[in-house]
Design a protein around this ligand. Sequence first.
Ligand code: NAP
Length: 321
Amino acid sequence: MSAQLLQGGPLAQTMRAQVAQTVRELAEQGRPVCLAAVQAGERPESLMYVESQRRYCNEVGIDFRLKQLPDAVTQGAVMRAVQELNEDSGVHGIILQLPLPARIDAQAAQRAIDPRKDAEGIHPVNLGLLVYGVLQCAPCTAFACYHLIKSLDQDLYGMEAVVVGHSQIVGKPMGLLLQHDFCTVTTCHVATRDLAMHTRRADILVVAVGKARLITKEMLKPGAIVVDVGINQAPALSKKGKPLLDTEGKPRMRTVGDVDFEGAKEVAGWITPVPGGVGPLTTTMLLRNVAQAAKNLYLQERREHPELSGPLLPFDRGGET
Ligand code: NAP
């Protein structure tokens, strides 16, 4: 059997077009949508991420604002920066660029973000809403995996779902999202005694660990939907499994997931490639969360101030961004 590829690109494109439409409709009402990022210090990896967020925002018409703080910033100054953005009615999404300087309590700063403007979907209020079954705004990576699985248009009711990894931003919310569709969810982690025993039962397997080739084909149920979140640098191998060397005789590295893709695709029914699977959708979910937040804030304002209401926007008639 050869698995079908579950690629994030096409779905990301469709979702970005939907986001762009919502953003356009809001802009036509004089309400341009804006994402604000808070960053401290000049960390090259963080700056690269900021630039790619700016580019993605531009593509869908979301304004992008950067609040740059000095490396020597205090906790109080970070909290004030967040508070100012919370109070700014022209800002609809806030993202805190990590890492922050080590002395800053990043979690406290993230908790200070108004949950209605939580672009990353990681505020305790939004994680709590997932427990309530409200899937309005969820952590971007978990939400990306969920949308990829849903794009297969299968009835998930009663499926065995196994999530490997229990981080706050991927594994834990992933389990909640799959339970929403009545999957029977097992979460595996570092203390799981017999990982293969669980993964072999999985109709849906989501792996978010960060260990190259942790999951091999022997650990899969034939026909399973396999979503590989992991991003790792590992030596590139020849068809015979030998490390490939560069011109200087050093091992050539390549980006791989947590699943041994070559083996797994012989057994799985669907599998996400790495790169090209979950990754392209993750940033799209950030844009989607911001557009959803802008829409919710707009609708809330209409409820609170009906006298200001203009004609209904198309999304008032229901449906998601
Ligand atoms: P994380 O916070 O480091 O979490 C990894 C999880 O794996 C932890 O829950 C850990 O358990 C568990 N774990 C460690 N060893 C294990 C083992 N042998 N068996 C089972 N579970 C094990 O990482 P993350 O942020 O969730 O990210 C996971 C991976 O996804 C990373 O490679 C990251 O780069 C990638 N990622 C990709 C995207 C994307 O868009 N594609 C987005 C985010 C992250 P303990 O905590 O108990 O040790």
